[in-house]
Design a protein around this ligand. Structure first.
Ligand SMILES: [Zn+2]
Length: 56
């Protein structure tokens, strides 16, 4: 199951999440980024890091 940790992209944040597929995971990450990191939408450079940090 794909999973993601904010810490893996250098954020000082304990958020981690997983989802049955990468699309669902990106939705969860986007919602977290908006609420906790004031990123709406997530900037492209951060999104590139997010995608690299996703463990499948
Ligand atoms: Zn976070």
């Amino acid at each position: 199951m794909p999973s993601f940790k904010c810490r893996d992209i250098g954020m000082d944040c304990n958020f981690e999440t997983k989802a049955p597929n990468e699309n669902d995971l990106l939705v969860k990450i986007a919602s977290h980024a908006k609420e906790k990191h004031n990123m709406a939408p997530i900037p492209q450079d951060v999104m590139n890091k997010v995608k690299k940090a996703i463990k499948k």
